[in-house]
Design a protein around this ligand. Structure first.
Ligand code: ATP
Ligand code: MG
Length: 436
């Protein structure tokens, strides 16, 4: 006899997670809460491909960013019959894809657009709690509006969402705000900043020394404790802002102040993508260690032109779904476990066709009812019914079947009596099982 080698099971890619019950119910709950808020602000859903031309992200996010330099899953597709292969990438974020789609379908011609998305993003980072290689974002993009009212609107939307999720401002999350000004102002600031970095060159690691000329703002966006003093003493962009930028920033702040949204000004907040200007903001928490940013966004008036469209103002944010769920768990916010209205206990296979027809009638009437799979003792079926969280057990025993009846046993109300109903008229009593 030949010995068969047992095949080893395969595993998911490192840093890419399966989302399974009961965890998946928390995701659906969170997505539902988000959709409800988005709808109240008039945002519409967009879905773009997960794979895009690599050039979209190089042009959109910027060549000298962590995402493009180190984290992007980029690959060459198979060659076509002419030997040409496309350079493709798994999207590391979705703003660039949304903008590409808006340009491609001429969606920005007549009026502005308020859009939202949900979906997976991919970055080849070191996996840890709150940081994965496939992660999910909910994001909004408001395109075609100069603001500052729209900047404030997306911040208010984020704030309402956090509030409705049970997160308290100041206790669980905090809003940080900055203004990155206009390109000319950034250039003037940048010259002063490069001079400052040159004076402290000896402190900088190899990466930072290279970046101080290509992207000096990013050198300040460091978590290295040895660089904090140097970074704190660096020239501040706020001091380089002209009248128009200051007016925009003050406009955003006036709305937030009037709406009672608390924020701290963080002149060091620059965000990891090149395309931002004017308003940038982050919602941060101290409950998730160094994965403390749950939401980040800002204005990106230059991106649409950068990607080949007509110059169009835009503002948006991306919110990390995994981090939101971790934070909610950390602070003890949990959705009620989803439970069916009823659980069907069927002690023998007799009459299964009629039983299943009755269950179909209940479902048609909006009742959620789970059928006990296969056969087992009444006792074990009742145990399952109880564990399911159902409000009622529907008992289709042989005695009941003989009379064309089903026994309805309330499971959650102490002392409530069991009663019977006609099996072939389920539509007449289905409503009794709802709103239990
Ligand atoms: P970080 O500084 O933590 O790396 P980031 O600035 O790279 O965040 P953004 O590109 O602004 O993040 O993405 C928006 C949000 O998406 C983040 O605030 C975070 O909640 C989430 N996020 C980003 N990268 C990851 C990841 N690798 N795993 C899980 N969530 C992530
Ligand atoms: Mg990052």
């Amino acid at each position: 006899m030949t010995e068969q080698k047992k095949l080893q099971p395969l595993q998911a890619v490192k840093g890419m997670n399966d989302i399974l019950p009961p965890e998946s119910a928390r995701w659906e709950w969170l997505e539902g809460k988000m959709r409800s808020v988005l709808q109240r602000y008039g945002y519409q859903n967009v879905r773009t491909p997960i794979v895009e031309p690599t050039a979209l992200f190089v042009r959109g996010i910027g060549e000298v960013t962590d995402i493009v330099e180190k984290e992007m899953y980029a690959f060459e597709d198979r060659a076509d019959k002419h030997g040409q292969a496309e350079h493709l990438a798994l999207r590391p974020e979705m703003t660039a894809g949304v903008v590409r789609a808006m340009i491609e379908h001429s969606f920005l011609r007549d009026s502005g657009r308020r859009l939202y998305y949900f979906g997976p993003m991919f970055r080849r980072e070191k996996p840890q709690k709150g940081r994965y290689r496939q992660f999910h974002q909910m994001g909004v993009e408001a395109l075609g509006f100069h603001g500052p009212d729209v900047d404030a609107e997306v911040i208010l939307l984020g704030s309402r969402l956090l509030h409705e999720l049970g997160l308290k401002d100041g206790e669980h999350v905090r809003l940080e705000l900055n203004c990155l000004g206009a390109p000319e102002e950034r250039r003037a600031h940048r010259e002063a900043l490069v001079a400052h970095l040159e004076a402290h060159k000896a402190l900088l690691d190899e990466d930072s020394q290279r970046r101080m000329y290509t992207n000096p703002l990013r050198v300040l966006d460091t978590k290295n404790p040895a660089l904090q003093d140097m970074a704190n003493a660096a020239p501040k962009l706020l001091d380089f802002l002209g009248e128009a930028s200051l007016a925009h920033f003050n406009g955003v702040r006036a709305i937030l102040d009037a709406a009672g949204i608390a924020y701290t000004l963080n002149p060091r907040l620059v965000r990891g993508l090149d395309y931002y200007n004017l308003t940038v903001f982050e919602w941060v928490t101290d409950k998730l260690g160094s994965q403390g940013t749950v939401c980040g966004g800002g204005r990106y008036d230059g991106l649409i032109e950068q990607l080949g469209g007509k110059a169009t103002p835009a503002v948006g944010f991306g919110m990390g779904m995994e981090r939101m769920l971790l934070l909610l768990e950390e602070v003890g916010v949990a959705p009620a476990a989803p439970a069916p209205d009823a659980y069907a206990v069927v002690p023998s296979a007799n009459g299964l066709p009629q039983v299943m027809v009755a269950l179909e009638e209940l479902r048609a009437a909006g009742v959620s009812v789970v059928l006990h799979p296969g056969q087992s003792s009444m006792k074990s079926q009742f145990k399952k019914a109880d564990a399911s969280g159902a409000a009622y057990a529907l008992v289709f025993g042989d005695d009941e079947l003989a009379q064309g009846l089903v026994s309805i046993k309330p499971l959650r109300s102490e002392g409530a009596a069991q009663y019977t109903r006609r099996m072939d008229a389920a539509a007449d009593w289905a409503a009794e099982l709802l709103n239990a």
